[in-house]
Design a protein around this ligand. Sequence first.
Ligand SMILES: *[C@@H]1O[C@H](CO)[C@@H](O)[C@H](O)[C@H]1NC(C)=O
Ligand SMILES: *[C@@H]1O[C@H](CO)[C@@H](O)[C@H](O)[C@H]1NC(C)=O
Ligand SMILES: *[C@@H]1O[C@H](CO)[C@@H](O)[C@H](O)[C@H]1NC(C)=O
Ligand SMILES: *[C@@H]1O[C@H](CO)[C@@H](O)[C@H](O)[C@H]1NC(C)=O
Ligand SMILES: *[C@@H]1O[C@H](CO)[C@@H](O)[C@H](O)[C@H]1NC(C)=O
Length: 470
Amino acid sequence: MAGADGDVEQGLLSGRRRHQVTLWEKLWAKRRIIMISAVLIMFVGFAYSVLGGPTKPITPILGVPREIQRNWAQYSPYFPVEDYRSPPKGCAVTQVNILQRHGARFPTSGAAKRIVVALEKLQSVEEFTDPRLNFLKTFTYALGEDDLIAFGVAQSFDAGREAFERYSQLVSLDNLPFVRASSSERVVFSAMNWTQGFATASRNKFSPKLSVILDEAANDTLDDAMCPSSGSSDEQTSEWLATYAPPITARLNSGAPNANLTDVDTFNLISLCPFETVFNEKDSPFCHLFAAEENAFSGFEYSGDLDKYYGTGYGQDLGPIQGVGYINELLARLTGTSVRDNTQTNRTLDSSPTTFPLNRTIYADFSHDNQMIAIYAAMGLFRQENALDPTSPSPRRNWRASRLVPFSARMVVERLQCGSETSVRILVNDALQPLEFCDGKDGVCSLDAFVQSQTYARNDGEGDFERCFI
Ligand SMILES: *[C@@H]1O[C@H](CO)[C@@H](O)[C@H](O)[C@H]1NC(C)=O
Ligand SMILES: *[C@@H]1O[C@H](CO)[C@@H](O)[C@H](O)[C@H]1NC(C)=O
Ligand SMILES: *[C@@H]1O[C@H](CO)[C@@H](O)[C@H](O)[C@H]1NC(C)=O
Ligand SMILES: *[C@@H]1O[C@H](CO)[C@@H](O)[C@H](O)[C@H]1NC(C)=O
Ligand SMILES: *[C@@H]1O[C@H](CO)[C@@H](O)[C@H](O)[C@H]1NC(C)=O
């Protein structure tokens, strides 16, 4: 700033009428300079934060460059995509609906098996010709399966703390957050650590409890297991793998004679960079193995983007139907009327005020990435102009798994009271959504318009749910 100060000083004084500059005038000029500098510093700081400067780290940032860890698709650690914006002037938040993904976890059991296959091939090699692979001579694979890990615990705790800090005005001893979770263990533990973070932030004045666990083998609006006829994204992700992975596989094989790695192995080896890093909370040697490769992480990210899009998103005929039950529950809460749904809801639970109250101000539901995607798509969020191309990523797409469903992702639906108007706005990982489907103005729709826009959910998916079983 020193150089800039000098420029400002000249600019201020040079255009003045020529007369004796008094001591007082000099002091006044200095004060103006200080004031102008302060304004400049504030402006630069503001611009920096808006244009992607560092946001306040919540959970410790892992020692991996941001452009890499934000290209890990659904295995990226949560980060706020934008800075949270307070509601518009004249609006007060009157209800909050949080839908959150579990925190960081081990690979699923299926992924773990594929990882081990790839590692065994590499570790059977006698002599690497690429020294970047030498670490494998002493490397031991030590990850578990499926479960929440310490970093995911911390993410969930931090999210609970942040929720209290942001919405404490909505909480009282007889109005605590109402918390539900889908029944898988990592989701349940994420919910419990969230409530712990919430309580701790309130100095244990407010201790919400996990009230309802929805059985994943039964009617569960927080899981995507109720539509057996729904297809998978295998075709699209395989096509993309065959597009981006071969040069990387060839490079690995040339450094590891006789390993005979396939493209699938390459994918699973790249996945060790996120999985190991979130587990050890320091960068994995697998990150370095691929860091110089131009396409390894962007290719990995796009694989996740396709997986979500064609798994339960817009690209899957019976994807969005699986989000309908949750949306009908959300509409019930927003409007304070009983749930109307003929899809995945558990009617017994949803018709009782103890298991589905309508008079709370904070609701927090814990779920999975694929289910959150189904809910986004059923609602109309992140609609793409063109379907994602399995051989060629559009750089302009805003469908990125790392921004939609990272570990500990969250969608927050805020109900607002703006004068006499009741409105809603939606934040996904703190990015305010435009809500073009209900004519959003600066991301705000009237509650009425929002409810009207949800025709797919309100009509029970227009027959799609029946097609889940044929
Ligand atoms: C909600 O309603 C139940 C009874 O249906 C009542 O016990 C509880 O105190 C109410 N909670 C709030 C926050 O009004
Ligand atoms: C947080 O999750 C871990 C499992 O990862 C669990 O052992 C612990 O009990 C949870 N904490 C609370 C407060 O429930
Ligand atoms: C509904 O919820 C109740 C209470 O948790 C449970 O006993 C029942 O099995 C559930 N039914 C279905 C079909 O989900
Ligand atoms: C790779 O293929 C070669 C030739 O078929 C074979 O000799 C070698 O055992 C294979 N390596 C592994 C790790 O399976
Ligand atoms: C579970 O969902 C099915 C399908 O909508 C429905 O027929 C059944 O009544 C539901 N059971 C409960 C307990 O809500």
